[in-house]
Design a protein around this ligand. Structure first.
Ligand code: HEC
Ligand code: HEC
Ligand code: HEC
Ligand code: HEC
Ligand code: HEC
Ligand code: HEC
Ligand code: HEC
Length: 407
């Protein structure tokens, strides 16, 4: 009797525990997993993707925070929820020389329509894919058959309006999207040409967002193994971070945060897998340039490794300050605490400064990692306006005289 009761309590506890763990997560059944599995592409290395939904049962808390990151949201199939630009008739247009672009929606889809100022429709393009979580902005892609193009109008967060896409001329234009454009904004995409040098894609091969398997490598072998071996810690096909040196760990970030890396050495721009040596996959044209010429946009790696903090410490890497599974944007307290973990006595550091001016030294990054204008990322809010640079946080940690003068 007691045994039965105890068993009953145990059983209830298991169900309750299960409920708490799985509540809030998209629960998937084994058959659904088999379906996801069947649809997922195979990486060029032959390794199979499992999809981040298959990580939920065993890594629920990582999944939960990961879906709120800019990485996860950086690309998606467009729907009425994730397009950030407004579709109000008044705002939903941009004017070009000789034509204009208007944004419209019907029940199912969203479009960019290129038309003359008399209203004659020149081209109607469906918005298929969003690029950008919206921290700074969002661009849109369209498929024509299997060919992928960037659309004329982008959304710019700072001014909350539609703009002519960065780098676009003042007339009707469409830019073919090849691997060297989307390689940093999706986890995977299979180009019809092995070098990635075409804009023709296998549509079903797209894995959107910078998802788990872009950083950890295609992981179906890990999932298949772990389904039956949850406890064995002696073997696992997944690459463990602790087995990698600092360079290898940083290469996993540098594939997208160390310049455009358009000099392709490996066969395809998606070839890199964590643990590889990035230099054997891609390089920058400007690799010999001094750090002052590196752009703040997309080259956090190049700037960081030029900083005294990095050069004079042995273990600093991207994850010293960033938790890759969490959205930490604007968490000033978190970032300051990271500086203070090495610079333990900041009050001693600023002795030379005149204390009578009551300078507030609490926000370290305001002065030592200032937001700086990018020379690559430039936008025009409207036709009449001058092209302006978008500010990006500099990763060249140092002493900036200008920023102190501005205070
Ligand atoms: C059936 C359960 C299960 C599933 C599903 C699963 N994992 Fe794991 N995972 C584990 C276990 C168990 C470990 C080993 C735990 C440890 O090292 O502490 C592990 C370890 C890892 C590690 C290595 C951590 C380290 O020590 O460096 C990574 C990375 C990882 N998993 C990623 C993933 C990803 C990505 C997915 C989804 C594609 C996934 N896992 C799906 C059970 C699972
Ligand atoms: C596949 C390319 C890719 C990889 C790999 C990658 N990133 Fe990113 N990262 C991006 C893109 C693209 C964005 C911009 C996302 C957006 O806002 O749309 C971004 C944004 C970020 C941001 C800003 C987040 C925010 O809230 O605005 C940080 C911090 C960051 N990455 C750090 C890292 C670190 C650390 C690693 C390695 C562990 C890494 N990234 C690996 C492509 C990548
Ligand atoms: C080498 C990697 C890389 C390539 C190639 C790349 N981007 Fe990005 N992109 C980034 C990173 C990293 C960020 C965010 C952080 C930054 O500004 O450094 C970003 C930011 C953006 C943003 C703003 C996102 C936001 O939420 O604020 C848009 C939009 C964007 N990229 C579109 C594109 C388009 C369109 C292309 C192709 C023509 C492209 N990118 C090519 C790495 C890349
Ligand atoms: C931007 C790159 C990036 C993405 C995306 C990413 N990870 Fe990680 N992950 C890392 C890095 C780097 C580490 C090592 C962190 C460390 O050593 O502190 C790590 C560590 C881990 C670990 C072991 C350590 C721990 O915290 O338990 C697991 C498990 C894991 N990741 C699973 C996942 C899963 C599941 C997803 C998707 C839901 C995911 N990761 C998405 C970069 C990433
Ligand atoms: C892993 C440890 C570590 C972390 C984290 C770190 N630093 Fe440093 N930093 C160093 C070392 C080592 C030096 C070189 C010796 C020195 O000047 O103390 C340095 C130097 C500096 C310098 C002098 C630069 C120059 O040009 O002389 C500044 C300013 C600085 N750090 C600010 C920061 C800020 C701000 C942060 C947080 C965003 C930070 N550091 C995070 C280790 C670190
Ligand atoms: C010393 C701490 C530190 C290190 C190390 C560090 N970062 Fe950052 N990073 C920051 C801070 C602080 C911000 C600003 C966050 C904010 O705006 O809230 C930031 C912002 C970013 C952004 C967003 C830039 C923008 O303006 O939108 C990206 C992308 C990024 N980091 C990538 C990286 C990568 C990749 C590495 C490794 C090469 C790295 N970081 C190493 C402190 C660091
Ligand atoms: C208002 C701007 C400002 C803020 C905020 C600020 N600093 Fe500084 N920091 C400076 C200036 C300017 C210098 C150059 C030396 C001086 O004049 O004191 C400096 C110097 C340094 C140095 C180099 C000292 C040396 O002798 O080489 C370090 C390290 C440093 N700061 C760390 C920090 C940390 C950590 C924080 C956050 C707690 C911080 N700073 C906040 C302006 C600032």
């Amino acid at each position: 009797m007691l045994k039965k009761l105890l068993f009953g309590i145990f059983f209830l506890a298991v169900i309750l525990l299960g409920y708490f763990i799985y509540d809030n997560y998209k629960d998937i059944s084994f058959s659904e997993y088999q379906e996801i599995k069947a649809e997922l592409p195979v990486h060029l290395s032959g390794k199979k993707f499992a999809g981040s939904e298959s990580c939920i049962p065993c890594h629920p808390s990582i999944y939960e925070t990961h879906v709120s990151t800019a990485h996860y949201k950086t690309s998606a199939i467009a729907d009425s929820e994730n397009i950030l630009g407004s579709f109000n008739e008044k705002d939903a247009k941009i004017n070009l020389a000789g034509s204009q672009v208007i944004m419209t929606q019907d029940e199912e889809n969203s479009y960019q329509i290129s038309q003359t100022y008399h209203g004659k429709v020149l081209k109607k393009s469906k918005i298929n894919i969003t690029i950008g979580s919206g921290v700074k902005g969002q661009s849109y892609l369209t498929f024509e058959e299997d060919s992928l193009y960037q659309l004329q109008a982008s959304y710019f967060t700072l001014t909350d309006n539609w703009i002519n896409s960065p780098g676009y001329p003042n007339y009707d234009f469409k830019r073919p999207v090849m691997d060297n454009c989307i390689k940093c904004h999706v986890t995977f995409a299979k180009n019809k040409v092995i070098t990635g040098n075409s804009n023709v894609y296998d549509k079903s091969s797209f894995i959107y967002g910078v998802d788990c398997e872009r950083c950890h490598g295609p992981s179906q072998d890990h999932v298949d193994y772990r389904v039956n071996n949850i406890k064995n810690m002696d073997f696992d096909p997944i690459v463990r971070a602790e087995t990698l040196n600092r360079k290898q760990q940083m290469d996993a970030c540098a594939q997208c945060h160390a310049g455009l890396r358009t000099v392709q050495i490996a066969e395809n721009p998606f070839s890199f897998i964590i643990g590889d040596n990035l230099e054997e996959h891609s390089r920058n044209y400007n690799s010999g340039k001094p750090s002052t010429n590196l752009d703040v946009h997309g080259n956090q790696y190049g700037l960081l490794v030029s900083s005294p903090c990095f050069k004079e410490s042995t273990d600093m890497s991207c994850i010293t300050c960033h938790d890759p599974h969490k959205n930490q944007r604007s968490n000033t307290k978190h970032f300051n605490s990271k500086c203070l973990s090495c610079h333990t006595k900041p009050e001693n550091l600023h002795e030379k400064t005149d204390t009578s001016n009551k300078t507030d030294y609490s926000n370290c990054i305001k002065c030592h990692m200032p937001e700086s204008p990018s020379s690559i990322m430039r936008v025009k809010s409207s036709n009449e306006d001058k092209e302006e640079s978008v500010n990006v946080r500099s990763h060249l940690i140092g002493i900036y005289v200008d920023s102190i003068l501005q205070n």
